[in-house]
Ligand binder design. Structure first.
Ligand SMILES: NC(=O)c1ccc[n+]([C@@H]2O[C@H](COP(=O)([O-])OP(=O)(O)OC[C@H]3O[C@@H](n4cnc5c(N)ncnc54)[C@H](O)[C@@H]3O)[C@@H](O)[C@H]2O)c1
Length: 254
């Protein structure tokens, strides 16, 4: 069997300033990709830090401040990356937000904000990158969903619904673009110890609880997501599309 190899030269990662997106950007650089790193303009310093880590590996980093909810910004940014880097071979849709609320108390504004970033943001980046991928008959789209989409827990109903939307979008888009050599897959992380993960857990008791229900008896780190993303960004997943892979240490809901 062949060694695991990148399918191209350039990857794009959204939400790349911190957390899982930062890890994935560096993990893809280590795997051989130059990486366009996108995040909110407020995260400029974090983006520069991610860029230094990528450059220290001898790869190029393209810093792009962007709000993924803006179609005009997404279209302009994707066009600029293609012009500068010459290609986009892999897209990792990772930007996301989680502000817990009971569904009963959820404001219309928070419902819209979650769907705008977590679901519409994924669609907009796919729409911008796909024409380029379809012309060159090659591309990989990797959407970061969540195990929340599998069942969901109280105070995350709206978030879980956005992630379920991401999985469904992944499955359908895979069918719409497969004939042009593009695969579309999702990863469903479990509880990962990032800013988002820690805010979400809240207390030490909650951390112990989730460690207990995971088969591997620990919570995840951002680097735990790198291997599965490299798989989807490699020649080893050529015949895999429309899938959603849990990367959660084996969490079973009780
Ligand atoms: N941490 C977890 O436990 C966990 C579990 C399952 C899924 N996820 C998913 O993984 C992804 C990354 O999560 P994380 O834990 O690293 O979160 P994080 O909050 O640490 O990082 C998210 C990044 O996305 C960026 N972002 C937010 N809104 C944006 C926008 N409109 N445009 C561009 N960038 C934006 C933020 O600035 C931030 O840098 C998210 O999609 C999240 O839903 C996280």
């Amino acid at each position: 069997m062949d060694m695991m190899k990148p399918i191209g030269r350039v990857a794009l990662v959204t939400g790349a300033g911190r957390g899982i997106g930062r890890s994935l950007s560096i993990g893809l650089a280590e795997f051989g990709y130059d990486v366009a790193i996108l995040d909110l303009a407020s995260q400029q310093a974090a983006l520069e830090e991610t860029a230094s880590a990528i450059e220290a590996l001898g790869r190029k980093a393209y810093i792009k401040p962007i709000d993924v909810t803006s179609k005009s910004e997404v279209d302009a940014t994707v066009a600029a990356i293609i012009a500068e880097a010459g290609s986009i071979d892999v897209v990792v849709n990772n930007a996301g937000i989680l502000k817990p609320s009971l569904l009963q108390d959820l404001s219309e504004q928070d419902w819209n904000a979650h769907f705008d970033v977590n679901a519409k943001g994924v669609l907009l980046v796919c729409q911008a990158a796909l024409p380029h991928m379809r012309v060159k008959k090659s591309g990989r789209i990797i959407n970061i969903a969540s195990i929340a989409a599998r069942q969901g827990v109280p105070t995350q109903g709206h978030y879980a619904a956005t992630k379920a939307a991401v999985i469904t979008l992944t499955r359908v888009l895979a069918q719409e673009v497969g004939m042009d050599g593009v695969t579309v897959n999702a990863i469903c992380p479990g509880i990962i110890l990032t800013e988002m993960g820690k805010n979400n857990l809240g207390s030490d008791e909650a951390i112990r609880h989730w460690e207990t229900v995971a088969a591997l008896k620990r919570l995840g780190y951002p680097d735990d997501i790198i291997g599965p993303v490299r798989f989807f960004a490699s020649n080893q997943s050529d015949f895999v599309t429309g899938q959603a892979l849990n990367v959660d240490g084996g969490i079973y809901y009780h």
